[in-house]
Structure formats: C-alpha cells, structure tokens
Design a protein around this ligand. Structure first.
Ligand code: ATP
Ligand code: MG
Length: 229
C-alpha cells in the first residue's frame, strides 16, 4: 500500500515542457472513496497532475504509487491495462464515440475488458438509469444535450467499477444548474461504489461535493485552508 493507507500517492513530481515547468515538486495522495477537488488558475498544472496520476503521461522525476504498483515504473502496456480496469475518466467535453449510441458508448469499456455484448449492455443500461439518461439510450452523441452527454460520460467512467475516477472539468461546458446536477450524480455514484475521485473543477460550490480541496499554483500543490471556498 501507499503511505498512510492511501490508494494513490505521488511524491516529488516534476514535469516540464521545454523551458516551462508544469509540475514543480508535487506531493499528492488520496484515500479509497475520497473525493478531492483540484482547483487553481489556468495553466497552473492541474491537467498535467491528473495525467501523471493516471499514468497517461510520465513525469520527468518523482513517483506515482497506486496500491501495490509503482505506476511510474510500469511499461506503457502495463499502465494502459491498469487504466482500463481500475481507472475511469470524464473530460470537459464528454468525448463520446460519435458513431455509437449512448448505450453502446457506456458498454464500450466493458466490451474492451472482454465482457459479452448482452451482459455489457445490461450493465450499461443500469448506469444510464442511475444517471437519469436511460430515455436517450438509442441516440448518438450528436442528438443529445450537453448535460445528457456528460451524464453518459459519467456512466461510461463508472460502469467498470473503477477504484479511481479522474474528472477534468467535467462540467466546464455546462450551465451552472446542469453542472451541479452532473457533479451530484458523479460524486454520489462514486461514493456508492467507494471509488476515489480526483476532480479538477472551477465550480464555485465544489466544497459541497468534495471531502477535501487542494489548489495548484505554478506547478505546486497547496492545501486549501478550511472555509476559503
Ligand atoms: N503538451 C504540452 N506541451 C507543451 N506545454 C504544455 C503541454 N501541456 C501543458 N503544457 C503547459 O504546462 C503548463 C500547465 O498546463 P496544464 O494543462 O496542466 O494547466 P491547467 O491547470 O490544466 O490549465 P487549464 O485550467 O487551462 O486547463 C502550462 O504552462 C501549459 O501551457
Ligand atoms: Mg486543464
């Protein structure tokens, strides 16, 4: 396990793009089932941190541990295998596959993990119901609203019952009412499955959804003093 019973922990993360330091000595850890909100100005390194934690990019220095694994020591193939089974992702614009229906989009991660079509679609349907978008199950992403698309993206991120959900501004493209609704559904569903959530967000009322808030500034992580949000 990672330090102090945490599920995912990063130590001394550094990452530069040319002369630009994106991460400059980051420490981070999250416990099973914990929801951590990551705030901070544009360009401060939030997405870079999330991508390093998820093993999508490799830091120049530092380690990321996930349970018994040292992510930063695994091969690309090992990291992508782990991502498919243990991690879920939601991005600002759902990034659903445009040719597939909502149901097929949600079933896709299960299919990629080897599930039979009927079983994958049965589970996908349950998640569409949970996220209150069952009524658009047979529509393609071009035929639904932004809020519905993000709910479908949340269903797709959770359908494999991941241990960690990484969400990078999942409500950035929604109005505040829809944004709150999606954040509620995302964090409730994650809590029910005891999945940890690393949530990059600009939502003002994020403290209502998260257990802890951190701020990234100039590639460094600071704890948010209580009561400042
Ligand atoms: N692929 C890349 N190539 C070059 N520079 C990059 C790349 N990705 C990020 N950067 C730079 O690294 C720094 C941190 O970027 P990052 O995307 O992590 O910021 P962010 O906090 O997510 O910002 P935003 O709120 O706008 O999404 C920025 O200066 C950015 O320009
Ligand atoms: Mg970003």
């Amino acid at each position: 396990m990672t330090p102090e019973g945490s599920l995912l922990a990063a130590e001394g993360l550094h990452k530069s793009y040319g002369a630009t330091p994106a991460l400059d000595g980051v420490e981070f850890s999250i416990h099973p089932g914990e929801v951590v909100a990551v705030m901070g100005p544009s360009g401060s390194g939030k997405s870079t941190l999330l991508h390093c934690l998820a093993g999508i990019i490799s830091p120049d220095a530092g380690t990321v541990r996930y349970g018994p694994h040292t992510l930063t020591g695994l091969s690309d193939a090992q990291r992508s295998a782990l991502r498919r089974t243990d991690f879920g992702f939601v991005f600002q614009f759902g990034q659903l596959v445009p040719e597939l229906t909502a149901l097929e989009n949600v079933a896709l991660p299960l299919r990629l993990n080897g599930a039979k079509r009927k079983e994958a679609e049965r589970q996908a349907r349950e998640w569409l119901e949970r996220l209150e978008v069952e009524s658009v199950h047979d529509r393609r992403p071009g035929e639904i609203s932004g809020g519905q698309g993000q709910r479908i993206a949340v269903a797709r991120a959770l359908v494999t019952r991941p241990r960690v959900v990484f969400a990078d501004e999942p409500t950035g493209a929604l109005d505040s009412l829809n944004g709150e609704r999606v954040l509620n559904l995302l964090t409730d569903a994650a809590r029910e499955s005891n999945a940890a959530v690393v949530l990059v967000t600009h939502e003002a009322r994020v403290a209502a959804y998260s257990d802890r808030e951190i701020v990234v500034r100039d590639g460094k992580v600071k704890d948010m003093p209580a009561g400042l949000i």
